[in-house]
Write a protein that binds this ligand. Structure first.
Ligand SMILES: [Ca+2]
Ligand SMILES: [Ca+2]
Length: 216
């Protein structure tokens, strides 16, 4: 009768090291695939917003403001979509992004609200109430901000607010201060000097690094 022979220690070690090598080859590929997918998703979100911005600008003659005080003063030609009754939410973070979502989520004039996917808007900084009094407001009692595929708020600045600073609450609870970008090519000039800047902090979750994904 044949006696069943178990694996020797050396055989086991060989098998284990082969598995380790394969895992080492496969995991980075999986991770970088996932990272690429998230970058593409976020870039596409920035593009979607860009299209909606053009519609908004067509109706109001201006892009969405990036602070609630200015938004409150926004009037539409013909009165279809005035913001005078707006009650600004606010805990002083994520405000540019919240204004952007408020503007693009309202049905005013010929504009349709952007049909956000559930994971594209969050109230990560936990505002107690939403921008009530916004024209045809549809998103309920929360001040949602736009978020990227890593769950971080997407930053937004209207060009008239480029000199200001905004504070944002990141997905891991940090509060960071951000400012609009200056051009590297033209000294002293802003990027997108007469429109707006919108950007995601990118895969590293840090502002102002090379992986930021913006409309530039
Ligand atoms: Ca919020
Ligand atoms: Ca970054």
């Amino acid at each position: 009768m044949m006696k069943r022979r178990g694996f020797t220690l050396v055989e086991l070690l060989v098998v284990l090291s082969i598995i380790a090598v394969l895992a080492g080859l496969i995991f980075p590929t999986l991770l970088s695939g996932r990272r690429r997918a998230r970058v593409a998703e976020t870039a596409s979100l920035v593009t979607t917003v860009g299209d909606a911005m053009s519609a908004f600008e067509g109706h109001y003659g201006n892009f969405p403001p990036s602070d609630f005080a200015t938004l409150k003063k926004l009037r539409a030609p013909g009165g279809s979509g005035d913001w005078g009754k707006l009650k600004s939410p606010g805990n002083d973070t994520n405000e540019g992004s919240e204004c952007l979502v408020a503007c693009l989520s309202s049905k005013t004039g010929g504009m349709e609200p952007v049909p956000w996917k559930e994971d594209q808007v969050e109230n990560g900084d936990k505002d107690a109430y939403g921008p009530s009094g916004a024209p045809n407001w549809s998103l309920g009692d929360e001040a949602f901000e736009l978020v990227d595929s890593w769950g971080n708020p997407v930053v937004y600045f209207h060009w008239q607010a480029y000199g200001q600073k905004q504070r944002y609450t990141t997905v891991d609870g940090r509060v960071i201060e951000v400012g609009a970008r200056k051009s590297e090519k033209f000294k002293g000039a802003w990027v997108n000097p007469r429109t707006y800047q919108i950007w995601s902090l990118g895969p590293d979750g840090e502002n102002g690094t090379d992986d930021d994904i913006g409309n530039w």
